[in-house]
Design a protein around this ligand. Structure first.
Ligand code: PLP
Length: 402
């Protein structure tokens, strides 16, 4: 095979992937410490089982699939109307946002949607991404050749970074250079902080004035406990003409393994909506019926109560982490409207050095902030998805040994 047929941009991806580096370090430690009792607070996956309402809906849907009259083959690529309507009733109507079911595109994940959406944009479109943030936005743009090359300081030459740090209260400034695509993630992974109404309005106004498009990832919106904070970009006046929103059942309802999400492309975006529809119809054949019935069940009264109870358990764990670290004199952010705690490391310790120190002294694992972008250096991410009792043990060790 001739090398010239290969997409050259994959070679520009930052070296080894964060989590594989971490896995290797843990393995090495276990190799030299036979009786290691490692507690993982780095886990970015849910751990609670599916709620009873979801399981019941799945069983029922499975039975329908076994009967000639209720069997379903290919469904609509955009999702069944019952789910699109349930999403609007459950998520948007209660927050005063009107939505047309045709603007809701059900999919098998936000990770793929947020990466696939780029197919609608010009190859030379300039992007802005939060720093730090979920690595998928950057990596997928690297693959598409939109980022330029990686510089010694950890930045890509053609990317505009939206610094989010304690100094700006995790409310990034508008892009310094002209950009056409702006990624926002709120509540943010990894910082666990939320973009407030003023910040979102500023970005929406900028986008409408300049003709840019906002790609808003709201994967953790269900963890927001302050009803006055915006849950959706469409709560911001003007957003329908400049924003696409990504939502997922992964963190909302433990669907990381089940796979179901949705993307909102408002008809006010005109051509983009029909292009996304065309893209999905060409390259995607819909989410399976059983899964869509499972997702629908989240919005029944019992399903919603059960879902909120699971989220509350995670957030109770987050509160414990916050309280214990704060009582030791550490500065922490997030964990109030997201399952992530963003730990400011004292004396500007490098986040990978701290990873090693925390593992060696406490046998506790977290995620180095620098893995999420240059501004993540000097921070460390802990998650509230782990077992609550184990998390308490981890914090006790941190208190005593670190
Ligand atoms: C977990 C996560 C998602 C969800 O991805 P799925 O593919 O739907 O599981 C999206 N965005 C962020 C920031 C996440 O952390």
């Amino acid at each position: 095979m001739n090398e010239s047929i290969i997409n050259p941009y994959y070679d520009r991806l930052p070296g080894s992937y964060l989590f594989s580096t971490i896995a290797k370090k843990i393995k090495e430690y276990q190799g030299t410490h036979e009786n290691a009792d490692i507690i993982r607070l780095g886990i970015g996956d849910v751990t609670s089982p599916l709620i009873p309402a979801v399981i019941e809906a799945m069983h029922k849907a499975v039975n329908e699939m076994g009967v000639k009259w209720t069997f379903r083959g290919y469904g609509p690529e955009q999702g069944y109307d019952f789910l699109r309507e349930a999403i609007i009733r459950g998520e948007y109507t209660p927050r005063g946002v009107e939505m047309d079911p045709d603007d809701v595109f059900v999919s098998d994940g936000s990770k793929c949607d947020v990466a696939n959406i780029q197919e609608l944009f010009a190859a030379d479109a300039k992007i802005a991404i939060p720093d730090p943030v979920y690595p998928v936005y950057l990596d997928s743009n690297v693959m598409a050749g939109r980022t330029g090359t990686l510089q010694a300081d950890g930045h890509f030459s053609e990317v505009t970074y939206l610094a989010s740090t304690a100094e700006n209260n995790f409310q990034p400034d508008l892009p310094k250079n002209p950009v056409q695509l702006i990624y926002l993630c709120s509540p943010n992974n990894p910082t666990g902080t939320v973009l407030n109404r003023e910040t979102l309005q500023k970005f929406v106004d900028y986008a409408n004035e300049t003709g840019a498009l906002i790609l808003f990832d709201g994967a953790y919106n269900c963890y927001i406990r302050d009803e006055n904070l915006p849950h959706s970009i469409y709560e911001i006046p003007g957003a329908r003409t400049c924003a696409i929103e990504f939502r997922s059942f992964s963190k909302t309802a433990g669907f990381t393994g089940v796979r179901c999400a949705y993307t909102i492309v408002p008809h006010e975006l005109g051509k983009l909506r029909s292009m996304w529809n065309r893209r999905q119809c060409t390259k995607f054949n819909g989410v399976n019926y059983v899964t869509q019935r499972a997702a629908e069940a989240i919005y029944t009264p019992e399903g919603w109560e059960q879902t909120k109870a699971v989220i509350k358990d995670y957030m109770d764990t987050a509160a414990i982490i916050r309280k214990e670290l704060t009582s030791c004199g550490y500065t922490v952010f997030g964990g109030e409207h997201a399952p992530y705690i963003w730990w400011k490391l004292p004396e500007n310790e490098k986040s990978f050095d701290f990873f090693d120190r925390l593992l060696a002294t406490c046998e506790v694992v977290g995620t180095p902030g620098s893995g999420f972008g240059p501004c993540g250096e000097g921070y460390f991410r802990l998650t509230a998805f782990g077992d609550q009792e184990q998390t308490k043990v981890a914090l006790q060790r941190i208190k005593e040994r670190l």
